[in-house]
Design a protein around this ligand. Structure first.
Ligand code: 1GP
Length: 252
């Protein structure tokens, strides 16, 4: 199960390294090759999804990825249209930082029967958008105001409310291509205060920054934009090393 796997991986390696694949930005043949690179260079999971799905190939991409990638493929959906049974699990997101009823509950209602039929593992996830220095697709598409980046208390209260509502995971997202990622102070504050595993993503552009987010207390660090178009082995491996900060090779 993905949830237990995530907790175990974070405990053993420091944090899990997740690659975000936008199903609109790769072709199935390329996804087959990417799966091999992710598998070889130490990605712990793939998140598959986007704010606005333009194509209808999410099934094909999930299928293609799993030809070579043997770790979890998890749907990170922008809407109810992004459910595919080809994946292993689904982040059942509720946009708790917003007050848009559509993304708090309506998309979830539309998706529920489909999700039940899919047999996917469902992870109830409190999804928070955090101000990032620019208008991101996630902000625009969600019609919501992000949490101010320098107000960890607001994020902490949201995360605790999510826990009391029964959610199992917090996703703190500055949005894809964010100018500045979520701060370490906010990550650490939320993880401690809510006592839930925290996934962090959005605008993390280099391994050093990724390592800092991992050490701040993130259970998983998500890297998307910066890898797109250059899914090269050496870049992937340096992100993996930085995020797996507990898992360093022993010195002789
Ligand atoms: C966005 O958290 C993800 O939802 C990843 O963001 O594409 O900026 O890495 P990037």
């Amino acid at each position: 199960m993905f949830y237990e796997y995530l907790l175990k991986t974070a405990k053993a390696k420091g944090s899990a390294f997740v690659v975000l694949v936008d199903p609109d930005k790769v072709k199935p043949a390329q996804a087959v090759k990417l799966g091999a690179v992710f598998q070889k260079e130490g990605a712990d999971a793939v998140f598959l999804g986007t704010s606005l799905l333009m194509s209808d190939q999410i099934n094909l991409i999930a299928k293609a990825l799993k030809r070579n990638f043997k770790r979890p493929i998890v749907i990170f959906p922008g809407s109810a249209y992004q459910v595919t049974k080809e994946a292993d699990a689904l982040l059942y997101l509720s946009l708790i930082s917003g007050r848009n009823a559509n993304l708090l509950i309506e998309e979830q209602v539309k998706a529920a029967p489909m999700v039940k039929r899919s047999g996917l593992e469902v992870i109830p996830t409190g999804y928070m958008l955090v101000e990032s220095g620019r208008l991101t697709s996630a902000n625009y598409m969600s019609h919501s105001i992000p949490i101010p980046h320098d107000k960890p208390d607001i994020a902490m209260a949201h995360a605790l409310a999510a826990r009391y509502l029964g959610m199992k995971l917090i996703y703190m997202d500055a949005g894809s291509g964010a100018l500045s990622p979520v701060s370490e102070k906010m990550i650490g504050g939320v993880a401690k205060y809510a006592g839930l595993p925290v996934v962090v993503g959005g605008g993390i552009k280099d391994p050093e920054t990724a390592g800092m987010k991992a050490r701040a207390g993130a259970a998983a660090v998500v890297i998307g934009n910066v890898l797109e178009g250059k899914f090269k082995n050496d870049i992937i491996i340096s992100f993996a090393r930085a995020i797996h900060y507990k898992d360093q090779p022993r010195k002789h």
